[in-house]
Ligand binder design. Structure first.
Ligand SMILES: NC(=O)c1ccc[n+]([C@@H]2O[C@H](COP(=O)([O-])OP(=O)(O)OC[C@H]3O[C@@H](n4cnc5c(N)ncnc54)[C@H](OP(=O)(O)O)[C@@H]3O)[C@@H](O)[C@H]2O)c1
Length: 249
């Protein structure tokens, strides 16, 4: 029986945990061939093996998305194994939230490099292929933090606002003109490892209060990605904000 994503070749960055790993399972179950990217190679190799046991084709490519050469290598590997790239899911991200006054400048750099420059490098690597194919779909995993600013979120929000701005330009330059669909997904709070990188004690305390509400599960966002990818070719799902029911805007 045919599946909605049969033979689609899909690159997922940040596939070693959370939303990326859940998305790999969802899209793989729908027939996609997967290229899994992250720095923790042992995790994505294990995931590729587990997917393989379920009949899903997946390769693992060790990738530090903050390095342009790694993004190029990732896409080259996808081409080497599958000879095309239908979809890029720009999911890798970090969120060491902190108050501005604490001047955690190294963490600011890391967020800008991972959450903004990372997707840009991946897009730069994949775009010539999608333009040549005259088709493609790029999914940018942004955040509610790309639409609303909150205390402690200054630089994280700045990276996601920037990703949103870049996505809007992509709709104008690439979607209508080049048949490259672009979907921006903005989740609210999701239960993943993301908050573990927070070192600022003030923000940690605030986060403990926030975890009283029922968060989204990673698979909820995987379903959202699948929804965008399985629409007919003439439908571009531009933007989806998905929030826990109990989370305040
Ligand atoms: N959880 C939430 O509440 C939430 C809400 C809105 C948006 N988001 C967004 O969702 C995306 C996924 O986050 P998550 O919640 O699933 O968190 P997660 O479980 O911490 O996953 C983050 C992923 O990003 C990867 N990553 C981090 N730095 C990387 C780098 N330099 N190069 C390559 N991969 C890197 C990690 O892999 P390695 O460490 O193995 O490299 C990991 O696979 C992020 O963009 C995040 O901003 C999350």
């Amino acid at each position: 029986m045919s599946k909605p994503l049969d033979d689609k070749v899909i690159i997922i960055t940040g596939a070693s945990s959370g939303i990326g790993a859940a998305t790999a399972w969802k899209l793989g179950a729908e027939g996609a061939k997967l290229v899994l990217a992250a720095r923790r190679i042992e995790r994505i190799e294990r995931l590729a093996q587990e997917l393989g046991k379920e009949g899903i084709t997946a390769i693992a490519v060790k990738t530090d998305i903050t390095k342009r050469s790694n993004a190029d290598h990732l896409v080259n590997q996808a081409m080497k194994y599958f000879n095309k790239v239908d979809v890029l899911v720009n999911n890798a991200g970090v969120m060491p939230l902190s108050l501005i006054k604490n001047l955690k400048v190294d963490e600011w750099d890391r967020m800008i490099d991972t959450n903004l420059k990372g997707p840009l490098y991946a897009i730069a690597a994949v775009l010539p292929i999608m333009r040549e194919q005259k088709s493609g779909h790029i999914v940018n995993i942004s955040s509610i933090a790309g639409r609303r600013v909150f205390p402690g979120g200054s630089v994280y929000c700045a990276t996601k606002f920037a990703l949103n701005a870049f996505s809007e330009a992509m709709w104008m330059e690439l979607t209508s003109r080049e048949n490259i669909r672009v979907t921006l997904i903005e989740p609210g709070a999701v239960t993943t490892e993301l908050a573990e990188s927070i070192t600022d004690e003030d923000v940690k305390a605030w986060f403990r209060e926030r975890t009283q509400i029922k968060f989204l599960e990673a698979r909820d966002i995987a379903h959202t990605v699948s929804f965008a990818l399985t629409q007919p070719a003439h439908v571009n799902v531009n933007e989806l904000m998905v929030m826990p029911t109990e989370q305040q805007m």
